[in-house]
Ligand binder design. Structure first.
Ligand SMILES: Cc1cc2nc3c(=O)[nH]c(=O)nc-3n(C[C@H](O)[C@H](O)[C@H](O)COP(=O)(O)OP(=O)(O)OC[C@H]3O[C@@H](n4cnc5c(N)ncnc54)[C@H](O)[C@@H]3O)c2cc1C
Length: 385
């Protein structure tokens, strides 16, 4: 039996990117996934510029649309058009994006096994043994990148570590002219989901439409249909494919590793509460885990990865959570004074581009609200085609 330096469970962004980074350092890496690749993943496929900036290779082959701005709206009535000089991100299909990351990992030397479901783990003894549907794998370290319902997390850390909220999306084929009407813009609708928002992300041949709230919510399917019906661009459409899943919002105990087992991405509860963005945190946690591995071999202590996550990710995630809870609790106020204020909404665009931190955004919006509130720019009324 081959003994690996790292066994990575899950070939989503967290697992494949970690596999890529570790294989490049010459480590023997196995990436296991229960699915055959390429595989579908329920996801809006909105990739922020700060996520793209983490990768040291070109992703333009899998980009469906570069996003240079957004329609910021409340139920497609009052609408602000926000355009930016540089792309703030892009849209991708997750089957294509994840396959590209996995290919990179394999080219760097990682060994991929699809159709291989993790079932249990034995951490006793000098080596760790992962049991899977295709036999046992032995290694020095086990990285759980197996998503929000992580089986590794359940086995090693118990059931209660990570809380999550349900999210619903729909894939809708619309005529080319309707697709083009979005141009290089996404839609963020702050009136279609109570205490949350609705999104429309244009892809090459369809729209990805969904609803998210950090508070969760009920009646998602009915609300999503109402949201869709509000937009003339989606009146003429093919059959709608609904897809629901969950976004993790909190690691309740702030625990990210135990002995030789570490948690990454959704498995670790690392997604942000404001937009529900998870891909950035999956990639970033992979980068931190790879860095911790290298620095541990050079003498850093056993909990180095945990320290890096606590220092570099948790303060941002906490600020995102405070922003989300405050802004979505006062949705009308937020739309009028934050979304419609050009200077303030620029800060939020900066969250996606990476030009603004969540802590800075919290300080400059919520904490100093009385100072800028009276200067809100007037709302422009336009209807989306
Ligand atoms: C509806 C919806 C829309 C979203 N939209 C966005 C968005 O637009 N932008 C954004 O940034 N984030 C978005 N997210 C969040 C984003 O999808 C996740 O945060 C991201 O996929 C996390 O990546 P990951 O690598 O941690 O896990 P995943 O991408 O979930 O990958 C986990 C992998 O582990 C495998 N696996 C699971 N169990 C096992 C097992 N037992 N054995 C072996 N393999 C296993 C799975 O097959 C999968 O390939 C959205 C989420 C949802 C639900």
């Amino acid at each position: 039996m081959t003994t690996y330096d790292a066994i990575v469970v899950g070939a989503g962004p967290a697992g494949s990117y970690l596999g890529y980074l570790l294989a490049r350092t010459g480590r023997r890496v196995a990436i296991l996934d229960k699915q055959r690749f390429p595989r579908e993943k329920v996801c809006g496929g909105g990739l922020s510029r700060k996520s793209i900036a983490l990768l040291d290779f070109d992703i333009s082959r899998v980009v469906h649309r570069w996003l240079h701005g957004a329609f910021l709206t409340c139920q497609n009535r009052a609408t602000i058009v926000k355009d930016l000089p540089c792309a703030v991100g892009c849209t991708v299909l997750r089957n294509e994006f994840d396959q590209m990351l996995l290919t990179r990992a394999c080219e760097a030397g990682a060994h991929f096994l699809g159709d291989t479901r993790f079932t249990d783990v034995n951490t006793h003894g000098p080596r760790i043994t992962a049991q899977t549907s295709r036999g046992e794998f032995s290694g020095r370290r086990l990285f759980a990148a197996d998503g929000v319902a992580s089986a590794v997390r359940t086995k090693v850390f118990g059931r209660q570590l990570v809380s999550h909220v349900p999210v619903l999306e729909a894939l809708i084929a619309v005529p080319g002219a309707a697709l083009q009407s979005f141009g290089a813009r996404a839609v963020f609708d702050f009136g279609s989901m109570p205490r949350g928002y609705g999104w429309i992300f244009p892809k090459r041949d369809h729209l990805n439409v969904g609803l998210y709230s950090p508070f969760g919510g009920t009646g998602l399917r009915r609300r999503l249909m109402e949201f869709i019906d509000r937009y003339p661009a989606m009146r003429v459409r093919g059959p709608i494919e609904f897809r629901g899943y969950a976004i993790p919002l909190r690691n309740r105990a702030g625990v990210f590793e135990r002995g030789p087992v570490a948690l990454l991405g959704d498995a670790a509860g690392l997604a942000e509460s404001l937009f529900g963005e998870g891909i950035y945190f999956a990639l970033k946690s992979a980068a931190l885990a790879a860095r911790a591995e290298v620095e541990r071999d050079a003498g850093a202590d056993a909990m180095h990865y945990t320290r890096l996550v606590r220092d570099e990710l948790l303060p941002e995630l906490r600020a995102a959570s405070m922003l989300a809870k405050t802004l979505y609790s006062f949705q009308d106020f937020t739309f009028r004074h934050i979304v419609c204020n050009g200077r303030v909404n620029q800060l939020f665009a900066g969250l996606l581009s990476g030009d603004t931190s969540y802590r800075e955004c919290l300080r400059k919006t919520v904490f100093t609200a009385p100072m800028w509130m009276s200067k809100s720019a007037p709302t422009t009324n336009i209807a989306i085609a």
